[in-house]
Ligand binder design. Structure first.
Ligand SMILES: Nc1nc2c(ncn2[C@@H]2O[C@H](COP(=O)(O)OP(=O)(O)OP(=O)(O)O)[C@@H](O)[C@H]2O)c(=O)[nH]1
Length: 350
């Protein structure tokens, strides 16, 4: 019996539904904070494991079908494995390198059967992700400033809510800056979330200057002695020159108050976007020096392999992954749990 197929113990934290976006309100002229504390969140159902969340991905489904259809250890199995990996967004180079190494070892008779090959594949996949498993601890500066960036709709605001909840539950004073002044409901979405969770939000309303909102928020965070400031920003594409310039401006303005801020530039990637994620990271990296990634929506229609492609291309820390819409579904990236969630449960222990 192979120990490594064992699923991680189910994490039984309580969760709470995300705040649903509220309609945009009239933009107030001056910075406002919203601090209404609410009673403790009702416990949500125990979180499902990584395997359950990831099993719908093309990666997991493809491999499971492949090893069922083709349990014999031969070159054809390896050819199909390569096709499956490429189809799951792992990237051509990584897929080919992985498979060629397995082929070489198979020809040297290192594997007794397909399970042994699968075990070697697991080891190789974990080895590729282990270097980017670098958790984000918002310590070492007070306030620790996290600037959250990415294109539209990838899950930035949702991720900020989840992060704030996590860090608040760890006993930190968290403050949010509603720097997405572009999308109509974004400020209200963040404020509603903050009110429900007792986390103050510094906002000026839609259309305000994002750099000024975030600057004010950093000043407020300092004067309140907050531990962490998380700043939302509008989703933007590299083709939107003005918005892209705004990001550099935000970073510049923050440095006036703290030359080391932002201490983390966290780029949020939608896990369903496939290889396009790579060009997004390249563009944002050039502009604001991304220091960590969050890959969201891996529970949905994501193929699953883009995490490997990101790790190979950039080696940037993957801080968190989004495995669902609940507050506790944002999990610190765990290379082993991730790979085990994608691989077939051959021994019936998943
Ligand atoms: N299934 C799933 N949905 C997610 C996850 N993270 C975010 N979402 C959903 O993605 C949608 C977009 O999230 P937002 O947080 O509004 O995205 P945003 O990046 O702030 O959007 P813009 O402000 O337009 O740039 C929402 O419906 C979220 O509930 C995740 O990990 N899994």
């Amino acid at each position: 019996m192979l120990k490594f197929w064992k699923k991680k113990p189910a994490e039984g934290e309580a969760g709470q539904p995300e705040a649903s976006p509220a309609p945009a309100a009239q933009a107030p002229a001056t910075p406002q904070t919203s601090t209404a504390a609410t009673p403790a969140a009702p416990p949500a159902p125990a979180k499902r494991g990584w395997r359950e969340r990831l099993s719908g991905s093309a990666f997991a489904r493809g491999l499971s079908a492949l090893f069922t259809r083709h349990p014999k250890l031969d070159d054809e199995l390896l050819d199909e494995l390569e096709t499956t990996l490429i189809g799951a967004d792992v990237g051509v180079e990584t897929s080919s390198a992985l498979v060629e190494d397995l082929r070489r070892r198979m020809h040297k008779r290192e594997f007794a059967d397909a399970d042994a090959l699968l075990a070697a594949l697991r080891q190789a996949l974990v080895a590729r992700l282990a270097p980017v498993q670098q958790p984000l601890r918002p310590d070492g500066a007070k306030p620790f400033v996290v600037l959250v960036v990415g294109i539209n709709g990838v899950g930035k605001t949702t991720t900020i809510g989840k992060l704030a909840r996590r860090w608040r539950d760890e006993g930190r004073e968290v403050l949010l800056a509603a720097g997405d002044t572009f999308r109509a409901a974004a400020v209200e979405q963040l404020k509603t979330w903050g009110e429900r969770n007792g986390v103050p939000v510094i906002a000026q309303g839609q259309g305000a200057d994002a750099a000024s909102v975030i600057f004010d928020a950093l000043q407020a965070a300092r004067s309140r002695g907050a531990d962490v400031l998380i700043a939302d920003t509008a989703g933007r594409l590299h083709t939107q020159g003005g918005l892209m310039d705004e990001l550099s401006k935000i970073a510049r303005v923050l440095k006036k108050l703290d030359p080391d801020a932002p201490h983390e530039v966290l780029m949020v990637i939608d896990g369903t976007t496939g290889q396009n994620a790579l060009s997004q990271v390249r563009q944002f990296r050039q502009l604001v020096g991304v220091t960590g990634l969050v890959v969201t929506k891996l529970d949905g229609t994501a193929k699953g392999g883009v995490v490997f492609a990101l790790a190979r291309e950039f080696g940037l820390p993957i801080r968190f992954v989004g495995l669902g819409e609940q507050a506790t579904d944002l999990q610190p990236f765990d290379a082993e749990a991730y790979v085990d969630g994608l691989l077939p449960d051959r021994l019936g222990q998943g």
